[in-house]
Design a protein around this ligand. Structure first.
Ligand code: 5GP
Ligand code: MG
Length: 181
């Protein structure tokens, strides 16, 4: 592990997934996606902003002709109805869509996204997530590719933020309980 600054950050308790762990996950999931989508018209959709980092790495392990697109929705918990903040740029009709997420928690975000995307007549829609925290699941969403199932702790890094910070950490770390309150 390089001497990265936040290892000494008072908010960070420990590293959950090292750079090496993540590289292994990206390589093995990328290989599986390559097999599963051979000959298919594939579009990878990252959910902004968290899913961006995982998409960037995993897409380089997929040895297929594919396109990338991006979507953002307002987050749950704000008390407002969920809505699309940034929609896809391209039409997905007839395409095989693979949604790339950083972490599936309650599943509500993905549940919403999947219902929106399914309504646009794609050939298929599936989910690829780096992390899966099933302890807090509310909506049952099908996950085709999962990097790691994690316990009920709050994590940052590798796309995941705390108040907008830490997304650029090359690893996933657990935030101290005291910080979360
Ligand atoms: P869900 O709708 O599944 O509850 O929400 C999933 C989204 O909430 C994730 O994509 C992520 O953006 C955010 N989220 C859930 N758990 C965590 C966490 O432990 N750390 C961070 N940074 N974000 C989280
Ligand atoms: Mg997210």
């Amino acid at each position: 592990m390089s001497g990265y600054y936040t290892i000494h950050d008072p908010h960070i308790e420990r590293v959950l997934l090292t750079e090496e762990d993540i590289a292994e996950i990206c390589s093995s999931i990328g290989a599986r996606i390559t097999e599963d989508y051979r000959g298919k018209d594939l579009v990878l959709v990252a959910l902004l902003r968290g899913g961006l980092v995982f998409l960037a790495d995993v897409c380089r392990h997929i040895e297929l002709d594919l396109t990338l697109d991006f979507m953002a929705i307002s987050s749950y918990g704000s008390g407002e109805a969920v809505r699309i903040v940034k929609d896809l740029d391209d039409d997905i009709r007839g395409k095989h869509v693979l949604v790339v997420e950083d972490l599936v928690d309650t599943g509500l975000t993905l549940h919403y996204i999947l219902s929106v995307l399914s309504g646009r007549s794609p050939a298929s829609v599936a989910v690829c997530t780096l992390l899966d925290r099933r302890a807090r699941r509310i909506a049952d969403v099908p996950i085709a590719y999962r990097g790691l199932e994690i316990p009920d702790v709050f994590v940052v890094g590798y796309g995941l933020d705390l108040g907008g910070r830490y997304r650029n950490l090359p690893y996933v770390a657990v935030v101290r309980d005291e910080v979360m309150g």
